[in-house]
Design a protein around this ligand. Sequence first.
Ligand SMILES: C[S@@+](CC[C@H](N)C(=O)[O-])C[C@H]1O[C@@H](n2cnc3c(N)ncnc32)[C@H](O)[C@@H]1O
Length: 216
Amino acid sequence: MTARNQLRVLDLFCCQGGAGMGYHQAGFNVTGIDIAPQPRYPFAFHQADALAYLARHGTDFDLIHASMPCQRYTRCQQIQSREHPDLIAPVRALLQQTGRPYVIENVPGAPLLDPVELCGAMFGLRTYRHRLFETSFPLARRHHPRHLAPNAKMGRPVREGEFMHIVGNFSNVPLARDIMDMPWATRDGLREAIPPVYTRHIAEQFLAAPLAEVAA
Ligand SMILES: C[S@@+](CC[C@H](N)C(=O)[O-])C[C@H]1O[C@@H](n2cnc3c(N)ncnc32)[C@H](O)[C@@H]1O
């Protein structure tokens, strides 16, 4: 493993870099991989299939993050019974083959192993944006605050005291950028992203853990 002040993280399925930015803020050197071009990605980027890249280069990194597309597990897609490949099991198998510590992120309902749920309200964000995180190293559970603020209705302006649901063809991109803390991102990037504060929190726990606990 590299000295802890120059650790490298591989950000698989990186999109415009919500997750990647959190690792950067925690001091990691970030490399992103996406099947689509990502001109807004703020760090080193390779356009590639994440599974192929992971199989070839995964061991070059100190920590590997994977945010595979979540459509297969979201409720509306299940209702519409659309076909989406299950990438979680094959990516987990490849991650385990690298022997490197890893983080898998997805939506509630996804088949992650003993995941920790993060919510925007835990970090003072004006969005709930629940996401699950499976980690190969210990990750403490946080207190989940009660949801006191209502979500603004889709398609209506977000009023004082309301939270924003950043999905689909939402309006008010500047507000979403502000809430997510992703000023570089487009609507497409924001609706796919996790707020950087989530991965910053995970990265800080990874860095604080005794080396024996994070070693794969
Ligand atoms: C949910 S988004 C990731 C969001 C990102 N973690 C963030 O916080 O900004 C999923 C991304 O996976 C990409 N993708 C889908 N299949 C892929 C594959 N086989 N290899 C690499 N990227 C892929 C999509 O282009 C999309 O940008």
